[in-house]
Design a protein around this ligand. Structure first.
Ligand code: 13P
Length: 251
């Protein structure tokens, strides 16, 4: 069975002590259960250095953000080459909180993707519709536009390294709300995403697709029955080691 991905996005939560405890607890539990899947944690940027010292083969390290620019006068930003220095394996781009709260544009997202490709850091690119768009039955139009924009602006890199990209479908209305799409909605959307990628180029068939939004130990196994779903991007439940491990063990 191909490896599934289980990723924990800690967002802006915790402190140094709790982040170290959470990492250690997660790593030792994964070792005990002989987890065969790819498990990635995304701590806040300031904790990447102490956590990088703890990570082993059992777990991959991800950054929640990256600068759209190469090194230079960009106060407060962290470049892809700096992340590479820390042996960061993955980076999130396009998360709805960055699109809608920080107001990141498609152009900024494209710059981030390019910098990550240049530094050989794997990208988890988030896409998803708002509640208003969902109610207006615009989900597929939004997803198609987000995917096409990503591909159009990064065609060369994507063709060379399609495996460096993973998509994460995260409906904005499902994030932190306890709401999840129905199984038939998810099945329809995942088939749509897969066929949209295949229509652009058959070389994109290797791109994995994750689901994120109110994933818990109780719904993870059911969600993973969805066709074309290659893993989960977990928010709140990844902050509690037992819950995150329970999610990993149900898959
Ligand atoms: P929740 O699992 O808390 O809904 O968050 C999902 C998410 O945004 C992961 O990136």
């Amino acid at each position: 069975m191909p490896k599934k991905i289980i990723a924990g996005n800690w967002k802006q939560n915790g402190n140094l002590k709790s982040s170290v405890t959470l990492t250690k607890g997660t790593i030792s539990a994964l070792a005990r259960m002989k987890c065969k899947h790819e498990v990635i944690i995304f701590p806040p940027s300031v904790y990447l250095i102490p956590i990088q010292k703890l990570v082993s083969k059992k777990i991959k390290l991800g950054s929640q953000n990256v600068s759209a620019y190469d090194d230079g006068a960009f106060t407060g930003e962290i470049s892809a080459s700096m992340l590479k220095d820390l042996k960061v394996n993955y980076c999130l781009v396009g998360h709805s909180e960055r699109r809608h709260i920080i107001n990141e544009t498609e152009r900024a997202l494209s710059g981030k993707v390019t910098r990550l490709f240049e530094n050989n850091i794997r990208i988890i690119y988030c896409i998803g519709e708002t509640l208003e768009e969902y109610k207006g039955r615009k989900t597929k139009t939004i997803l198609r536009n987000q995917i096409n924009s990503l591909i159009k602006q990064n065609k060369g890199n994507l063709k060379k390294h399609p495996k460096n990209l993973t998509l994460a479908y995260e409906p904005v209305w499902a994030i932190g709300t306890g709401l999840v799409p129905s199984m038939s909605e998810l099945s329809d959307i995942f088939s749509f995403i897969r066929s949209t990628l295949n229509k652009v180029d058959s070389c994109y068939s290797s791109i994995k697709i994750l689901y994120g939004g109110s994933v818990t130990p109780d719904n993870a196994a059911e969600l993973m029955k969805t066709n074309h779903m290659d893993g989960l991007l977990v928010g709140g439940a990844s902050l509690i080691s037992k819950k995150f491990i329970d999610i990993c063990s149900t898959i």
